[in-house]
Ligand binder design. Sequence first.
Ligand SMILES: [Zn+2]
Length: 203
Amino acid sequence: MVEKLIVGSLNTNCYLFYSKSKNCVIIDPGDDAEYIIDTIFKLQLNPLAVIATHGHFDHILAVDQLKMTFTIPFCCNENDKFLVKSMKKRATRWLSRKIYEINPKIDTNLQSKYKIKDISFTILSTPGHTPGSICLYSKKENILFSGDTIFSDGAIGRYDFSYSNKLDLEKSIHLILKLSNETKIYSGHGEETNVKKEKNYHK
Ligand SMILES: [Zn+2]
């Protein structure tokens, strides 16, 4: 099951992905830790890990607070370590509020497969927007968490950062669109979509 929470000043989609037994992973907690924690308690979930689709601050600002609250690891691809490390500086530049002492450390380098108790994903390496961007794919549930690689209505991730790569991004989108048509896409911002719809925009 998926619970979507819109967090932070950049309206990031944070997702709680949980099993029937209420085990859950927190995906892209971009801010508003209290709101995320409250929702976890309300739904009576058992959080097992925090996962980021990439290292941009608007996807990880609440990581430290969630790690501390639930004593759970932070999983992200190590190729975005440089972004995670400089997150506070980048966030301060963008946001007009004070960023407190946060410095999330990556505990697990996400590559190819991820499994914890009854939750599992195939990790698709989808660089381009950032070098360490990944998508979380559950074949069983037919869903993909796509981060900032692909959005609804033909939109794609920004590739104008110094560390972005347009060609890689195009390859990553191509990889995503090879999944089955019914695959539901939950992206980092905006509405959900599916592979079939997005294929119309990327020919
Ligand atoms: Zn991003």
